[in-house]
Design a protein around this ligand. Structure first.
Ligand SMILES: [Zn+2]
Ligand SMILES: [Zn+2]
Ligand SMILES: [Zn+2]
Ligand SMILES: [Zn+2]
Length: 381
């Protein structure tokens, strides 16, 4: 602001426009808010953060009016931004917090994601992160997964019609109250998804099945992969129908790619014992052993199963099929095959037309590839 006593003097000088001459803000009319400390860089990567909005100086805008000069245009822009953020958070409080009754839910908005989050502080690597820092980390991981998915299959933003809507709570009750509202389905003990045009995942951090950050991260990777796969054009969710090997295979492939293990299984009805899994989540060695022992199931059978019929071995088999197809044919071709399956083309025809392989030859080809690629023991060949 100009001090009134100086107005006449300054106006009389042949000076540059007042905002350009301000040394405090370099003519910007605004200055960076210094109230965000360790997470300042994280805040600047996101579009809105309910925690950053607690800042008394900037209300989440991350910039403040420069007190050393007058700049009505940027003043108005700042005011508008404060109002827009407040309206966004009010809507989130109404559609999430008011339903759950939870008091400690934070909200974050990034380019492709709306995240509601109340997971308790967790140790990541060697650093203990509080809930706010953890929320930023998970938002970044979800955006990174989306980017990796696009790079893997050669698709772009244009291929996704929906924003990711993710709800991760510390309390099961919050999850149970909100899941029916946002997914249309009752909450089970695990997460609940709404896939297709909508991309919703609602879950709570269950310490019995997910002791720490690594397990929660892997759970999010598995489930968000399902959302991305179902939303990628042409939109159509294949879950609970024949061909689920593709959904589970791809979800496991990204679990393995990002976190090095596969430990999440999408059962609809089968209650999974806490900690139940297959071979500690590291599947290449056991798959090689299954092949050596002649115990890998047939692909024609796998291709007919639905979600509830998959055994642990079938999940591993599905992972290997996707791993093999991606390695041999590359992501864009695999995506073409998945697109055709999504549109209802029989597996037999897709294998022949897209991958040039006879249904009856798949087992031999996959087994030969596993023998040539997967080690007989961890760390070996
Ligand atoms: Zn200034
Ligand atoms: Zn924040
Ligand atoms: Zn601030
Ligand atoms: Zn799954």
């Amino acid at each position: 602001m100009l001090r009134s006593g100086l107005v006449a003097l300054i106006l009389a000088l042949p000076a540059p426009a007042q905002d350009e001459g301000c040394r405090a803000c370099h003519g910007e009319g605004v200055r960076e808010c210094t109230g965000h400390k360790a997470l300042a860089d994280e805040e600047r990567k996101v579009l809105a953060c309910s925690e950053a909005m607690q800042c008394k100086q900037c209300h989440g805008v991350l910039r403040r009016d420069c007190q050393s000069c007058a700049n009505p245009k940027t003043d108005a822009e700042l005011q508008q931004r404060v109002q827009d953020l407040a309206a966004w958070l009010a809507e989130r409080r109404k559609s999430v917090d008011a339903i759950t009754g939870g008091k400690e839910i934070r909200h974050l908005k990034t380019a492709n994601l709306d995240l509601a989050f109340s997971v308790r502080p967790l140790t990541v690597g060697r650093v203990k992160l509080d809930t706010h820092a953890l929320m930023h980390l998970y938002a970044q991981r979800i955006e990174d997964l989306r980017t990796l998915f696009q790079q893997t299959f050669g698709c772009t933003d244009k291929d996704f019609s929906g924003r990711l809507q993710i709800y991760l709570f510390k309390d099961q009750l919050d999850h149970q109250r909100l899941a029916p509202r946002v997914t249309g389905q009752g909450a089970n003990s695990n997460g609940v998804k709404l896939m297709g045009v909508e991309c919703v995942y609602c879950a709570h951090h269950n310490p019995a099945t997910m002791p720490g950050d690594e397990e929660l991260h892997r759970n999010v990777v598995h489930n968000v992969t399902h959302l991305l796969l179902a939303n990628a054009a042409p939109v159509c969710w294949r879950g609970n129908r024949k061909g689920v090997w593709v959904d589970e295979g791809v979800a496991h492939w990204f679990e393995d790619k990002v976190t090095g293990k596969c430990t999440n299984f999408c059962y609809e009805e089968v209650a999974l014992q806490p900690g139940a899994g297959f071979k500690g989540g590291r599947w290449r060695v056991p798959l090689r052993k299954m092949v050596e022992a002649g115990k890998l199931g047939g692909f024609a059978r796998l291709a007919q199963l639905n979600t509830d019929e998959l055994t642990f071995e079938d999940h591993a088999h599905a992972f290997a099929c996707i791993d093999w197809l991606l390695a041999v044919h590359g992501g864009p071709k695999v995506r073409k095959g998945i697109d055709e399956l999504k549109q209802g083309k029989p597996t037999r025809e897709v294998m022949k037309d897209v991958f040039g392989i006879d249904m009856l030859s798949v087992d031999d080809a996959l087994s030969a590839w596993i023998k040539a690629t997967y080690p007989l023991e961890e760390g070996g060949r």
